[in-house]
Write a protein that binds this ligand. Structure first.
Ligand SMILES: NC(=O)c1ccc[n+]([C@@H]2O[C@H](COP(=O)([O-])OP(=O)(O)OC[C@H]3O[C@@H](n4cnc5c(N)ncnc54)[C@H](OP(=O)(O)O)[C@@H]3O)[C@@H](O)[C@H]2O)c1
Length: 332
């Protein structure tokens, strides 16, 4: 077995307590697997919750999210080194991106269906950024929010991992987009296509009258009732954000309440869990190739500083997507 470096979760806790950069075995190549030399990986907020192990009730899920060797991380881009005997879509040398278990490492084994060839106009850091946050934004707006051309959508957390994709995808769907963010992010959110920006430090979007067909709430800091005040009578409030997770169930109350209220209140959308799938990866790939989504890279950190990078995302003030760059150091 060749060795490699990877970020291993040894217990749940703060990134500094829970994670170590360790030398471990490279993943084995399975018949339906693609072995990839990782060039860049990106961090989504779920990766951070999986390090914290919060809420505690989700720990079995978090355990199942890491690779067999204990490495964490989901989103990555890199070069195919070898393919399993049943793999037909990729061959060694292909530059690919997608999702897998154990992305924060020098090598990963991914499933064929979870990968696509990188669009030529993107750097591998940008390709790595098109991960869970992008799937979430696409599925929120198109599947759960049913957003159509000409409709008005308001997106809270427009400056974050999900929000920066949501603003761009909403524009690509032909919507009129209002982004909600803090003062320092106004220009960035405008630059990715928002028609209007509300600075939440100056203005409360729930007090502006019934204006929107869809509110995609990536923050969850207002009561559901207050947030629905921003909707036209036919509009939908789609809850996606939760207050920071804590204890056994902390953070689950808001989506749970939304689920119950949605049975009785037409404007209330149901919470959803995003899924990674081949068709949506193809859609995201196409949008990126056409320049309709250009990932906003917050900061990049080398693999040696990945623990710091994960702490940064956990502070909750990301500006787009935080990326880990990976240069092979062992056994190459
Ligand atoms: N449904 C799913 O399957 C799914 C998947 C992924 C994520 N999510 C959820 O989506 C939510 C957002 O995730 P994310 O990855 O985008 O988080 P993130 O990258 O941490 O971004 C949050 C952004 O919101 C901004 N912000 C903070 N307070 C705000 C406020 N009151 N109004 C507007 N913006 C505010 C932050 O910047 P400033 O603090 O500088 O303003 C930051 O840019 C999370 O709650 C996560 O659990 C759900």
């Amino acid at each position: 077995m060749h060795a490699m470096k990877g970020i291993v979760r040894r217990r749940f806790g703060s990134p500094a307590d829970a994670l170590r950069l360790q030398e471990i075995d490279r993943p084995a190549l399975e018949d339906d697997g693609v072995l990839i030399r990782v060039r860049a990986a990106s961090i989504h907020i779920g990766d951070v919750y999986g390090v914290w192990g919060l809420p505690k009730a989700m720990r079995p899920v978090f355990r199942s999210m890491s690779a067999k060797n204990g490495v964490v991380g989901t989103d990555m881009a890199g070069t195919v080194e070898a393919v399993g005997s049943s793999v037909t879509d990729f061959r060694p040398g292909d530059e690919v991106f997608g999702t897998c278990k154990g992305a924060f490492a020098e090598h990963v084994s991914a499933k064929e269906d979870a990968l696509a060839v990188q669009p030529a106009n993107l750097s591998c850091e940008q390709a790595a950024a098109i991960g869970v946050s992008a799937f979430t934004a696409l599925q929120a707006l198109r599947n759960h929010g049913n957003l159509r051309a000409g409709q008005k959508v308001l997106i809270t957390g427009a400056s974050g991992g999900v929000g920066t994709f949501a603003v761009q995808i909403a524009k690509s769907l032909g919507a009129d987009v209002t982004g909600v963010c803090s003062t320092r992010n106004i220009e960035m959110v405008r630059s990715i296509g928002a028609d209007r920006v509300i600075d939440y430090t100056q203005q409360d979007y729930t007090c502006g009258g019934p204006e929107y067909d869809l509110v995609l709430d990536n923050i969850g800091n207002h009561s559901l009732k207050d947030a629905r005040r921003a909707l036209k009578t036919t509009g939908t409030l789609l809850p996606n954000g939760t207050p920071a997770p804590s204890g056994w169930f902390g953070g689950l109350g808001h989506p749970l309440k939304a689920g119950i209220v949605s049975v009785f209140v037409k404007q209330q959308g149901r919470p959803f869990l995003s899924t990674e799938n081949k068709d949506d990866l193809a859609t995201l790939n196409e949008l990126a190739a056409k320049g309709e989504i250009i990932p906003v890279i917050d900061r990049t950190y080398p693999l040696d500083s990945a623990i710091e990078a994960i702490s940064h995302v956990g502070e909750g003030h990301a500006q787009g997507t935080t990326v880990i760059t990976v240069k092979e150091s062992i056994g190459s």
